[in-house]
Structures are given as C-alpha cells and as structure tokens.
Write a protein of this length. Sequence first.
Length: 368
Amino acid sequence: MPRQAARAATLHQRMLGWLQNDTVPSPPAPAPNPLTENGRTAVRRQLYRDVGEFLFSNGLEPTPRNFMVAHSYLSGENWEIGRAVADHLHSGKPLSDGEVGEIVERQRASQLTPDRLAELASQLEARLNDCVSAVDTTRDSAATFGSALNEEAANLNSDPVGTLHRVIALTREAVETARLAELQLQQTRREADALRSDLEQARRAAEQDHLTGLPNRRCFEARLATAMAEPGPRNVTVALCDIDDFKQVNDRHGHPAGDRVLRFVGDFLRTQLGRGAMVARYGGEEFACLFEGETPHGARAALNAVRDKLATRSLVNQESGLSIGVVTFSAGVAPIVDGDVHAAMQDADAALYTAKRNGKDAVVVART
C-alpha cells in the first residue's frame, strides 16, 4: 500500500508538470465553487477532475492516449472504448497501460473509417455483381434450353428415342445450372446480410451511449437538427438534467455503483417521459431531453412529475447492500427561438445551474 501511495503521488506530480509545463511549483489555487461559475465550465472542470482520478486510481501514466481513453469512458462520447473499459472494470481489476493500448488498437481496427466504408462499398458492389451474374447465367441457360428443345422437336418423328434421351440430358443440364445459380444467390444473400449487419452495428455504435444504452450526444444533436428542419412553426423545447451530488455516490459507493445509478436515472427519465420526449446521455451525469410540440412550461411540468416520482425511490448498492438513498436531479428548460439551437442549449444550461444554486432538486425554465 505505501508503494502504491508513493506511485500515485509521483503520477500526480508528473501530471501537474505535464499540464503546467513548468518545473517551478506554483501555489495551489483556491478550489472554485461550481455553483458560482458558468455551468458548462463547471461540468468541464468536474470531468477533468474525474479523468485525473480515473488515471491515478488505475495507476496509469498521464499520457495523451490514456487521457483520451479515460475521457471516452467517463463522458460516454466513444461507445466502443467506453464499453471495453466498462467490461474490463467489471472484472474488478484496474487497467494497465498495456491494456489501454489493446483497447485503443481494437477500437481502431473496428472503427468505421473512410477506408473501411470504401471497403464495405466495394464488397457490396461485388455482391451485387454476383447477383447479376447468377441471374444472367440462369437467363442464358433458359434461352439455350428453349432453343435446344425447339431443335429436338423437329427430330421427334424421325428419331423419337434419341430425341427423348437428348431432351432428358438437356433438362438435367438446365436443372443443374439453375441449382448452382440458386446456391450462388443464397451465398450472396448471406454475405450481403452480414455486411448489412456490420453497417447497422456501426450505426448503432455511433449513436448509442455505451453505459446507459440511451442515444448519445451525437444522436441527440442529429435528431434536434432534423426537428428544426421540418417545415411550419411549432414548439420545440430542450432541457438539460443533471444528477445532484453524483460525485458523492462515486466517492462513497464506487464507480460501478455510480454507473448503475446513471443507468437507472437515464432509464427512469426515458420510461417516465415516454413518447413525449427524446432522452439522451449528454455527457457525465447529464441528460438532454428534446420535447417536440411542447412549450417550456409543459416540459417543466413533465420533468417535475418525473422528479416527484424519482423522490419516492430509495436506491441500494446491490454489491454492498448499503443504502444509496434518494437520488435527485436538477434541470433547465428552454425553448428554441428563431431556430437558434445553440442559444437554446446555453439558456437551458444557465437555467440548470440556477436550479443548482437555488438548492438543487428543481426544474427551472429559462427566461423567455
């Protein structure tokens, strides 16, 4: 244990030097109050701290690659890396630098890069050519068989037995050709189905959060863009929800319990809001909601109903049996005015942190 503590201290000093690029130690700055600074800045600051804690707790060197993997896991922005890290941590063993390297290499190998897309397109083109070839072969065989039957029909009176044998041979040849073409089509269909499955899996991976199974930020922003592209005036409202005091859950019960709380709250929001809203994991312990055809005050009422129901649930750490207690969230709601999505998200973010400053466990509508 003393050796691990010394290693953690050494890593901490290395990271400070790496970030500051300065050999002269500087006095520690006073810790900022996340409730008094800009909301998004507070989220980024907390994510930075969580990344550092993740590196130190796993004994990882503060390299750009390790930092990227930790960020991908904690922010939920890279589904493949996040899933691989979560699977490894579920075993109860910390990550090593070598294992991080293996995760990154596997992710690169499976990533849907432009080269991989070009490869899939070439394979699909080849499968289509195989289908065309099989159909052409069957058509040519049918035409040849028809012509041969017409020729043999003229010989039927003069050589009935010979004609019969030749017609039987022609029929067998046509049947065999058709059978081979059918086998080729079946094989081509299986290969095309496999390619389609690969593309669908890549699409889901690009749009799904690895931890909660909810749509991720990229998917949310794409859906929001689609909603804004629809013609005609209508109400479109966004909301940002943030679990209150989530760091305390991680500190007291560990990250696996924190992950389960994230999944629970995300699923609770999704099921309780139902078809009335799209719920996505926006990053960290934050969720984004998209309400189409709903006013900000209607969205606030819906979120308050979810918040009230959540307050009736007391969670327990399944591994230790210890009580986690009631988990609450704060939310900020804002309408999209004049198609300005960026301004609406900023307004929702500001409203969220107004709720935080005013005591948490509340839903606040941005000034409209």
